[in-house]
Design a protein around this ligand. Structure first.
Ligand code: DAT
Ligand code: MG
Length: 153
């Protein structure tokens, strides 16, 4: 509920489809603050650790190879703001795009769970772990909106 940080990533399919600006727009217009961003082709070890909970699932090898192919980078970001972890999941929509509400990113742009374009942390614990996996502390910026009182009060 308070000011939080979450890890959001545009996956290679989202980058290929020209969704970078659309994703950033949806978080920025809501009033969230971008505190870290980079393009990265994740090393296999990073992708494996990021999706470590899914290691036993049949789609895991394909998921890791899609993230690491290098056919497009991943756009890795940290967004900050009130309730951003839960709200970010709402902005993104359900894991399976066929269950994602129209108006969500996955609901508006995607039809396949294996190509659902975007990642968002699902809890405070996973956000903390994922931000630490993808970013060095000095790559995440502390800064304030000059107009913060018009968004957050
Ligand atoms: P989310 O990305 O919504 O947090 P998750 O953590 O359960 O979903 O799974 C991570 C990713 O793994 C998901 O975005 C796409 C892929 N995935 C999940 N379930 C899948 C399935 N049944 N078939 C293929 N890919 C799947
Ligand atoms: Mg997940």
């Amino acid at each position: 509920g308070g000011v939080e940080r979450t890890f959001i990533a545009i996956k290679p399919d989202g980058v290929q489809r020209g969704m970078i600006s659309e994703v950033i727009h949806r978080f920025e217009r809501k009033g969230y603050k971008l505190v870290a961003i980079k393009a990265i082709v994740p090393p296999k070890a990073l992708a494996e650790e990021h999706y470590g909970d899914l290691k036993a699932r049949p789609f895991y090898p394909g998921l890791v190879s899609y993230m690491t192919s290098g056919k497009a980078p991943v756009i890795a970001m940290v967004w900050e703001g009130v309730d951003v972890i839960r709200q970010g999941r709402r902005i993104i929509g359900a894991t399976n795009p066929l269950d994602a509400e129209p108006g969500s990113i996955r609901g508006d742009y995607t039809i396949s769970v294996g190509r659902n374009a975007i990642h968002g942390s699902d809890s405070f614990e996973s956000a903390t772990i994922e931000i630490g996996l993808w970013f060095k502390p000095e790559e995440v910026y502390n800064w304030q909106f000059a107009h913060a009182e018009w968004i957050e009060s």
